[in-house]
Design a protein around this ligand. Structure first.
Ligand SMILES: [Zn+2]
Length: 71
């Protein structure tokens, strides 16, 4: 997980609400934008959609919250 240590974790807002880790209730996350590959997009039935996703990695327990599209 050393690649996540370069940036300071931040609080994230989703639909006007602060994002909290469902595991440890932490509110600080690292943000990563990822391109979904074709097999993943097919798995999620996303062939019609934007194939990028944003993931927020909990700075405490490293649980990843995924959101489709750019945030
Ligand atoms: Zn956590």
């Amino acid at each position: 997980m050393n690649i996540f240590k370069k940036a300071e974790p931040q609080t994230i807002e989703v639909l006007g609400e602060p994002l909290k880790c469902p595991v440890c209730r932490n509110e600080l996350f690292w943000t990563r934008r990822v391109q979904l590959n074709t097999s993943m997009a097919t798995f999620f039935n996303l062939d019609w959609a934007n194939r990028s996703a944003t993931c927020f990695v909990c700075s405490n327990c490293t649980h990843i919250s995924w959101f489709l599209g750019d945030r």
